[in-house]
Ligand binder design. Structure first.
Ligand code: FES
Ligand SMILES: [Fe+2]
Length: 335
């Protein structure tokens, strides 16, 4: 294992939970970007993510804090905090403390997932995280897929990896044969790294067929550096969401979610045995990637083959927009 030289406080959207983990009334503890946070869900369903400590005398709101309707009540002296982190009630005073605020993070929720916007300088979100079920260029939506949480997800915590490693996987055509046992290397048909949300498409074959007969592939939408969604076509109809969220300066959480397309007319909440088996196959492929990533040492400059230059240079250049302006990857690697 090797500590990454890349910045562990990148800007962007990051998954911090699956939606089902935070039910109405729940207060969920977590640490991301070196900061203890809580996520709580109000009676209305709205999720708030905020720093964990009460601005009054510092109680940890994740240890005994209670949700009451739309507010969170501190267990120490009963002060009440709203979804903007504002104090709205001191139970033994006439007025709340309007000046104090607990830091909150912008939240968005879809794809069975809760995402927060993190920016070290607290700038507002300037792009969206794409809904992996409805955000591709087709008429599909969540209704076309079996729910994934609880059986078709993978969570690994505390890995010495950086979100960029996972993004690089998307342009790394040569690894498919060795890590995923595909007989042919995929053919890239789109590399679009012009904006914070980037796109990579490629064709892929798991059976040994002539290149011109390949009729399947993957489209990927990278919503910043922390969240990548994929859609497969021409093979098992699946969508995946890969999220890497830094915990501190050395480690990250990985979440991986696989949705399998519904059998026509099957409206069940539970995936079919076939769907479960397919999802498990996709998760096993992803575990092969994790096995490499968690022992990898970031290489910069890397010894790229001529065919690899374009993709890797594009993604590494694209990634720098999410890092501090003064970040110099070469200096960091030389340390
Ligand atoms: S520490 Fe939270 S109300 Fe006093
Ligand atoms: Fe891979």
């Amino acid at each position: 294992m090797a500590k990454t030289p890349l910045p562990m406080k990148p800007t962007g959207w990051f998954q911090v939970a699956w939606s089902a983990e935070i039910k109405a009334g729940d207060v969920h503890r977590m640490t991301y970007f070196g900061t203890e946070m809580i996520a709580w869900r109000a009676a209305s369903g709205q999720v708030t993510v905020m720093d964990a400590y009460c601005e009054h005398l510092g109680a940890h709101l994740g240890h005994g804090g209670t949700v009451d309707g739309e507010i969170l009540r501190c267990p120490f002296h009963g002060w009440e905090w709203d979804s903007e982190g504002r104090n709205v009630c001191i139970p033994y005073e006439k007025r709340p403390n309007k000046g104090r605020r607990i830091r909150t993070y912008p939240v968005t929720e879809h794809s069975e997932s809760v995402f927060i916007w993190f920016d070290e300088h607290r700038c507002a979100p300037y792009f969206d995280v794409t809904d992996v079920l409805s955000g591709f260029d087709d008429d599909k939506s969540a209704a076309d897929y079996y729910p994934a949480y609880g059986h078709s997800t993978l969570f690994e915590t505390g890995l010495e990896i950086h979100p960029q490693y996972v993004m690089e996987n998307g342009v790394d055509f040569a690894h498919f044969k060795y890590v995923h046992n595909t007989p042919l290397v995929p053919e890239f048909t789109r590399h679009d790294f012009d904006a914070p949300v980037s796109y990579v498409d490629f064709t892929i074959a798991f059976d040994d067929v002539p290149a011109e007969e390949i009729n399947s592939g993957v489209q990927a939408i990278n919503s910043g550096i922390g969240v990548a969604g994929t859609k497969s076509w021409g093979m098992i109809d699946n969508r995946t969401l890969t999220s890497v969220t830094p915990i501190d300066d050395t480690t990250s959480d990985i979440r991986f979610t696989v949705w399998i397309g519904r059998t026509p007319d099957d409206e069940s909440d539970q995936p079919s045995t076939r769907a479960l088996r397919n999802a498990r196959g996709v998760i096993e492929q992803f575990q092969n990637d994790i096995h490499i990533w968690k022992h990898q040492r970031y290489s910069d400059p890397p010894a790229l083959s001529p065919a690899e230059f374009k993709g890797f240079n594009a993604i590494r250049q694209w990634a720098t927009q999410f890092y501090p302006a003064d970040f110099d990857p070469k200096a960091a690697t030389a340390r």
